[in-house]
Structure formats: structure tokens, C-alpha cells
Design a protein around this ligand. Structure first.
Ligand code: F0G
Length: 401
């Protein structure tokens, strides 16, 4: 029903082969025989979840699952008004079991590890991937090894990786260094690599597209806006929408619009310079530590997704990210981590620049939950007001300016 295929030289590999990139160095895709997949809207009734779309997932065994997916798609009229649009939605991926979209990839990726008979799973991470891998490794009963950039991982994410029993290694280097090391480690030790260079992980993440179309009544929005780090999610979601279009379930694919922090923006630079490939940034820096990445492994796929779909890419500053995070929190009651808020910051900027038209229906993906990074929250919000335990002190404080 499916095989792995290089996006550069189109060499094919059987689905049973443990391989992450082609011998030519190209990225791999999972390619299905779509002529054998007959899926209609009537087959897709019932509650949302990753495994609702099993006909389009490359797994035959019982999944390792914690009921991932089924995240809310909120209409956000106050944000829409604030940025000058009419029709804006937020797909809040922070509502997954571990608080980020990574769970969609891990339920598929860790299940694939079991199918392939792998004994240990591993990843490099800016935090969320490691939290999710630790949790799904625990659920599967498979040991997990995670490599993190020292001092640059939000505490909530680190706490998850530690509590769920992963072997946590803190690398004196950045995410890009950690990814290089874990790829080497997996090659040497036969560990199963679950970064987004693994095409099976992206298969899980493409269900974000399936759910959005499903929630909008089998329609694609005009535009999808999301944060970009290692660039797996933008390519996964694009693939998801393309598959729905191939199967005749939707008529169009949204303009894929990637947002990066100004201090870590190689994909935006490549799009703006019309370059065939990115120039890696050796010193990425941003308050949005989840997307503090200078050499995105899926950049070639992301450039294709953005260009083919007629989308774009834009940078936002750390201050714009923090403002968007606060706006989403107090205007809409949606709590997201800084990287996720970059999608809203990017939305505002692209409307101001006239790139996003005022009649567009836009979905912003918020990738991780506010509680992932509470240290950051405490550093940008006013401190609690400490007072004596008397009603006079309470009343004075409540009405103080
Ligand atoms: N948002 C959040 C909250 C993330 O954790 C990540 C990536 C992204 C956006 C970007 O997604 O890499 O697919 O472009 N976090 C990875 C990690 C790198 O290790 O947790 P991407």
C-alpha cells in the first residue's frame, strides 16, 4: 500500500527498511498507492483523533496511543478584529496529551518503531519532541534517549522528559549540534531516530490538516500560518492537505505560511532571496526556544511546500512574539508557548504588509501549551501582589491602580 521514496532522485525503499534519508542524501516521503485508497466523507464520521484517519496512516499494528489529536479549532473574532481580518481560527495543538503537536508524530513514529522491532528510541530536541518521545516511549515500554541543548529548554518540557523516564543528555551546544550527534548515535547503536527527518513521524503530523478540513466541514482555509523550526510540521501539514485534495475530499490547498523568529530564520531568508536552498545560521537565538534552530533538516521540503502552495514566510521579533502570546491569552483565553504565538505575530505582520488579504479565511496553528514555559511567563507578566491576610488589605489591593 505504501513505500518510502526520495524527494530528489525518486529511489524507492520498502516500508520495512530502517532508513531516514536516501543514499543520495535526499529526504524521504511516505508514498501511498492512492488508487487503492477509497475514502469518502461518509467514511470519516465520528470523533476527531489521529487514528480516525487510519486509512491514510502507514501502520498495521495496534497503535501506541494516548488519545492524541482531536484538538480544538477555535474561532478567534477578537484577534481577527485586532489584526484587521474577519475569519480567523486557531488550531490549538497545545491540547494534545503532552501539550504539543509532537504527540501526533510520536503515536505513529513509536508504533512504527515497534513494527520494525526497534529496541530503543532517540531524538534531539528543543524540548517538546523529547517530552513526547519520553511519554510515548513509556507507553510502549521502550527506552528513550534524548539530547537537549544545555540551558535552552523550557522547564515544563525538561520536567516531562525526566519524569517519564527518558535518558536525558544535556549537550553543550545548540539543537543543530544535538541533532547531528543523535543521528550518529542512532547509526552506530541501531536506535530508532524519531526526529522529523523520519518520514513516519510526519505522517502522524499531517493529521493536523485532516482535522482542520474536517472541522471546517471538508473545506480548506485560504491560508495556514504556523511557526517553523526544523520545518517538519509545515511539510507534514502541506502533505496532508495535498492528500485530501488527491482523494477529492477538498477542492484546494491552503497557502502555507511559515513564521520564524528573527534570530533563527534561514527559511525566511531563502524564500525572500528566492534561493534553492537555505544558508544555515550557526548562532540561532530567540525567546521562542522551541524554534531556536539554524539548520532545519526539512528545509528542502518546506521550501517546496511554501512555493508550490503560493504561500510565504516571514520573520517576527521576540517582542512581537511576546505581545502576540499575551493578546491570545487575554483576548481569547488561549494559552500558548512563545513559539506558537509567532503564528499570531506573523499573521499581524503579514496583514500590515498587505500580504494577507482582508477576505482570507486563515487558520493559525498554535503548537504548544502555555504551561510548557512558565518561567518565561513569570519573566514577562506583572508579579502577584503580596498582601496581609486581611479583608482591608484585599480590598485595597483589588481597587489599587
Ligand atoms: N512550535 C513548537 C512548540 C515546537 O516545539 C516546534 C519544534 C515547532 C513549533 C516547530 O516545528 O520543527 O516541525 O518546524 N520543536 C522541535 C522539538 C524542534 O525538538 O521539540 P518544526
Amino acid at each position: 500500500m505504501y513505500h518510502l521514496e526520495c524527494i530528489e532522485c525518486h529511489k524507492k525503499y520498502p516500508e520495512t527498511k530502517v532508513i531516514y534519508t536516501c543514499t543520495c542524501g535526499g529526504l524521504l516521503d511516505v508514498v501511498y498507492d492512492y488508487s487503492r485508497i477509497h475514502l469518502t466523507k461518509n467514511d470519516l464520521t465520528g470523533p476527531l483523533s489521529v487514528w480516525k484517519y487510519r486509512a491514510l496512516l502507514p501502520i498495521s499494528r495496534e497503535p501506541v496511543s494516548l488519545d492524541e489529536g482531536g484538538t480544538p479549532l477555535y474561532r478567534v473574532d477578537r484577534i481577527a478584529k485586532s489584526v484587521g481580518l474577519k475569519d480567523v481560527y486557531v488550531k490549538h495543538e497545545g491540547m494534545n496529551p503532552t501539550g504539543s503537536f509532537k504527540d501526533r508524530g510520536m503515536t505513529v513514529g513509536v508504533t512504527k518503531a515497534l513494527e520494525l522491532g526497534m529496541k530503543t528510541v532517540a531524538c534531539a530536541s528543543t524540548g517538546n519532541t523529547s517530552a513526547s518521545l519520553a511519554v510515548y516511549g513509556a507507553r510502549a515500554g521502550v527506552p528513550a534517549v534524548v539530547l537537549l541543548p544545555s540551558g535552552k529548554v523550557a522547564l515544563g518540557k525538561l520536567a516531562q522528559a525526566l519524569m517519564h523516564g527518558a535518558k536525558v543528555l544535556s549537550i553543550r551546544g545548540n539543537f543543530d549540534d544535538a541533532l547531528k550527534l543523535v543521528r550518529d548515535l542512532c547509526d552506530r547503536e541501531g536506535f530508532y531516530l524519531l526526529n522529523s527527518v523520519n518520514p513516519y513521524r510526519l505522517e502522524g503530523q499531517k493529521t493536523i490538516a485532516f482535522e482542520i478540513a474536517d472541522q471546517l466541514g471538508w473545506q480548506a482555509p485560504d491560508r495556514l500560518v504556523l511557526p517553523v523550526g526544523n520545518a517538519g510540521n509545515i511539510t507534514a501539514i502541506y502533505k496532508g492537505f495535498k492528500e485530501l485534495k488527491n482523494l477529492g475530499l477538498i477542492d484546494s490547498v491552503p497557502m502555507m505560511t511559515g513564521i520564524q523568529a528573527e534570530g533563527a530564520s534561514p527559511i525566511v531568508a531563502a524564500i525572500k532571496n528566492n534561493a534553492a536552498a537555505i544558508t544555515p545560521d550557526s548562532h540561532p537565538e530567540t525567546v521562542a526556544t522551541a524554534i531556536r534552530i539554524g539548520n532545519p533538516v526539512n528545509s528542502i521540503k518546506a521550501l517546496i511546500a511554501i512555493r508550490e502552495s503560493g504561500g510565504t514566510a516571514e520573520t517576527v521579533t521576540d517582542d512581537e512574539i511576546i505581545r502576540a502570546q499575551q493578546e491570545l491569552a487575554y483576548l481569547e483565553g488561549i494559552g500558548v508557548e512563545p513559539a506558537s504565538a509567532s503564528s499570531i505575530a506573523g499573521l499581524r505582520k503579514l496583514v500590515e504588509l498587505g500580504v494577507i488579504g482582508t477576505d482570507e479565511k486563515v487558520v493559525c496553528v498554535t503548537t504548544g501549551h502555555l504551561l510548557k514555559d512558565s518561567e518565561h511567563v513569570l519573566s514577562v507578566c506583572p508579579k502577584p501582589i503580596e498582601i496581609d491576610a486581611t479583608i482591608e488589605a484585599v480590598r485595597a489591593a483589588v481597587f489599587s491602580k
